[in-house]
Design a protein around this ligand. Sequence first.
Ligand SMILES: [Zn+2]
Ligand SMILES: [Zn+2]
Length: 300
Amino acid sequence: MLDYHLHLWPHGPRPLEATLEQVAAYCAAAQAAGVAEIALTEHLFRFRQADAVLGGWWSDLDEPVLGPVMGEWWASEQGGDLDQYVEVVVAAKAAGLPVVLGLEVDHYPGRMHQVADLLAGYPFDVLLGSVHWLGAWGFDNFGQDVFAAEWDVRAIDAVWDTYTTHLEELADSGVCDVLAHPDLCKISGRRPDVPDEFHHRMAEAAARSGMAAEVSSAGWRKPVGEAYPSPALLDRFHAAGVPVTTASDAHGLGHVAERRGDLATLLAGAGYDALAAYRQRRRRTVPLESPAPSASVGLA
Ligand SMILES: [Zn+2]
Ligand SMILES: [Zn+2]
């Protein structure tokens, strides 16, 4: 088992400095839960290098209400140094900790070439691709009242259609390796009567791009109360030959490897017996359940 989606920091203003001790603690927590390897995948937007290139993307849109909210929220998330984050994770790897270097990358419509240029100089092992925003609407951000209220005024089929189009564009950009929380559009618990067409498009996008899909326990912590993806979408991924990773999407030590056993059950039910792992953005296949190393993880 792997946990290939981990954040070092909760959302909101705070010091954003990675430390080797923190990475070691994540590895120890994962190992104690029987997780053989983790990927640290901090949000790209938390780093000033991303702000310099991508900050203000919402200003391109004609979104007089949502745009300023996005701008305020973006500003509240800033403060990290991508070079420092990379240095610490690379050092942890070099010290023998079971960790790989990743990043969670958003879809920036029309700007993915800038994202690719920004990331090209770094030794990433795996890049997650995510859709968290539809235009300037941070649809998964229930902490912002203006964003949360949008769910009451938009038609659910249109939300899913727009989300799926963004996911297709993200996959076709070729910038990332894994589709994170693939059906995040279900987060509020509202779904189209017939989601099949959207599931079909999501599975096709993953298959044609060569991306893996993430199977994440984070959805169990959200209003929808269901893992990402749904069993129906996971079946489609399996039928389309799409490899999968497993993930908690923890934003703190307490959620590392959360519900790993439930994820294993979900995967077995869909017919998966292997996971995708990554080194230097190359995929390899590992057994779904591998024995945890007996030695404890430390920095000594
Ligand atoms: Zn995410
Ligand atoms: Zn995440």
